[in-house]
Design a protein around this ligand. Structure first.
Ligand code: SF4
Length: 567
């Protein structure tokens, strides 16, 4: 970018600065807006001042809609928080990787557990799920009832309820902030919700549905340190080859132990070609992903999903393709082609949750499909810059991400957003992403979510000193400050995180992805206790019992802590 362009950009920015938080609006559409928040309706209120903002501006004649907040509209009740309303159950169709339905990617799965019914793509059609399922209809009813006890919503939407309590914002508040400021879209949501309120029935009748199907597989080319293994074939492969920590990931759905077959490991050609050190591998599995029991990635399920999606295409506003890494998943290109052939593509927005490191898969090239669609939104997972992201999302080439971002920007019908996951490591540098975006206007907006699972990798489990030092860097980002202000979660041992990251460093030693935790995050090193010293600490503490009875209680607690490894 030339100096003159930078100057023009900074002039342009002045028009877009949101006085409330002094960040450009493009960076905050779904972001802060919850500055002096209270708690959610289940305990209090969130800040809804940014909802329906454009519609309230009489000078903006295009957007102004005097009826949108009339007394008794869903919009008015939601904004005034007479109801705990989320528009997602009215406009989103979500299927998990294992084929279970859920209200959305943050909603609890309809997997027959926790008092919820069981619905999977094997026994329930997409249309039945949206129109007939008790799961969806009960949430809708509760969200429209000012006197609801939220018996179902407390189970299905507990992540949002908990996030609103912890941080003052949630996926619900972000969606409401974005969708209430899209007047045409909101009008359809209002009508649909009103119809449901009057009849108790939900019927798809507007082009307002966002389809999010995670059924095209888990194929991925990156090894992101915080990613649950279900979501990435590379994560499964690396875990099966030794980079695994039971304390951190033991409760996740993907269970390494039950998937290991110690007899059959063969290093694959791809890795050798890419210069991976075979020596660094621990031969455990023939093919990690072949053991993964994904209910949908093969056979008729994908075919059936494509057919069902096509049959409801006139109600589809957008399709979000989630992986794995969607741009390398060949099967999804078939859906794109069939939407083009059916002449529906021009009405449909395609959204990708992508790492934007690759844009081709075999004979398919995303840039051949893009011109046919109404809009293509690339939501790139970016939560660090340069070496930081290359370390956290291992196998990333930052220069390639930028190159692909710039390439996407050549198309008038492509938006590129950055979407970061603020976690144990990324929070130490996430502000650099914000600075990068200010200096390089190559994206449309930036959003982020705070990592919830695995618990060890949450922001609040960093050392107190680091959290305190980071607080001023997030003055305009109150939810990140709120996360940094939380105490460590009980029973979480930070040394497990170090062990896990150092195992990954060892795994990648001698490869083109070799990097070291303490070189990328030197501020962490003083908190690392080598394994042999951890044992000594416990012994020293135990010996103190005999010299200082006053510390007995503390020592008793310490001696209960087993060293994490046998010596
Ligand atoms: S409240 Fe949260 S979990 Fe529930 S549907 Fe809305 S966004 Fe999803």
């Amino acid at each position: 970018m030339s100096d003159q362009e930078k100057q023009e950009w900074s002039e342009d920015l002045k028009d877009y600065v949101d006085e409330w938080n002094e960040l450009p609006k493009f960076m905050t559409r779904g972001g802060p807006g919850d500055h002096e928040f209270e708690l959610s309706l289940l305990d209090g209120k969130v800040d809804s001042s940014q909802w329906f903002q454009d519609q309230l501006n009489p000078e903006n004649s295009y957007n102004y809609n005097p009826e949108v907040l009339d007394k008794g509209t869903i919009g008015q009740q939601a904004k005034d928080q007479e109801i705990f309303f989320c528009d997602i159950p009215f406009n989103q169709l979500y299927v998990e990787m294992d084929g279970s339905y859920a209200a959305c990617c943050f909603g609890a799965k309809a997997d027959g557990r926790n008092g919820l019914p069981k619905h999977t793509v094997k026994d329930t059609t997409l249309q039945h799920w949206m129109e007939e399922s008790t799961y969806m209809n009960e949430i809708r009813a509760e969200m429209l009832d000012p006197n609801s006890k939220f018996e179902t919503t407390k189970k299905t939407c507990k992540r949002c309820i908990s996030d609103e309590k912890r941080y003052g914002r949630s996926r619900r508040t972000a969606c409401m902030k974005i969708h209430t400021n899209e007047p045409d879209y909101w009008k359809m949501i209002e009508q649909s919700a009103q119809m449901f309120k009057a009849t108790g029935q939900y019927v798809m009748e507007h082009r307002m549905i966002e389809v999010q199907l995670k059924v095209y597989g888990d194929e991925c080319n990156l090894d992101c340190y915080m990613c649950m293994h279900d979501n990435s074939s590379i994560r499964q492969k690396v875990a099966n080859e030794g980079v695994w920590n039971d304390s951190i990931f033991g409760n996740s759905a993907w269970k390494r132990d039950q998937d290991i077959d110690v007899q059959y490991f063969q290093p694959d050609e791809q890795d050798i070609k890419d210069g991976i050190s075979v020596k660094a591998k621990i031969p455990l599995s023939k093919n990690a992903s072949s053991h993964f029991t994904n209910g949908n990635i093969t056979g008729n399920n994908v075919e059936s999903m494509i057919e069902q999606t096509l049959s409801m295409s006139k109600y589809i506003r957008s399709i979000k393709i989630i992986g794995g890494e969607p741009l390398i998943m060949k099967k999804h290109y078939e859906l794109l082609q069939r939407l083009i052939d059916k002449d529906e593509a021009k009405h449909i927005i395609i959204k990708y949750q992508t790492n934007l490191t690759e844009t081709k898969a075999g004979k398919h090239n995303i840039f051949n499909y893009i011109p046919h669609f109404k809009l293509v939104c690339m939501v790139a997972s970016v939560d660090g810059v340069g070496k930081t992201i290359e370390y956290m999302r291992r196998r990333t080439d930052w220069k390639k991400v930028i190159k692909n971002t710039e390439y996407c920007r050549r198309y008038d019908n492509v938006n590129v957003d950055f979407n970061g996951l603020v976690s144990f490591l990324s929070v130490m540098r996430f502000y650099e992403v914000i600075d990068f975006c200010l200096d390089n206007p190559i994206i449309d907006q930036i959003n982020w979510a705070l990592l919830e699972m695995p618990i060890h990798l949450r922001v609040n489990n960093l050392p107190e000193k680091i959290k305190k030092d980071l607080l001023p860097k997030y003055a305009a980002w109150p939810d990140i400050q709120a996360a940094l202000s939380l105490p460590n979660d009980p029973g979480i041992d930070m040394q497990e995180v170090f062990d896990y990251m150092l195992d990954a460093d060892k795994y990648y030693k001698g490869t083109k992805w070799e990097m070291n935790l303490f070189e990328v995050f030197p501020e962490l090193e003083e908190f690392y206790i080598p394994k042999h010293k951890r044992k000594l600490q416990v012994v020293e503490a135990t010996e103190k019992v005999y010299t200082n009875q006053g510390e007995r209680e503390l020592i008793d607690m310490l001696t209960l802590v087993e060293p994490t490894e046998k010596y």
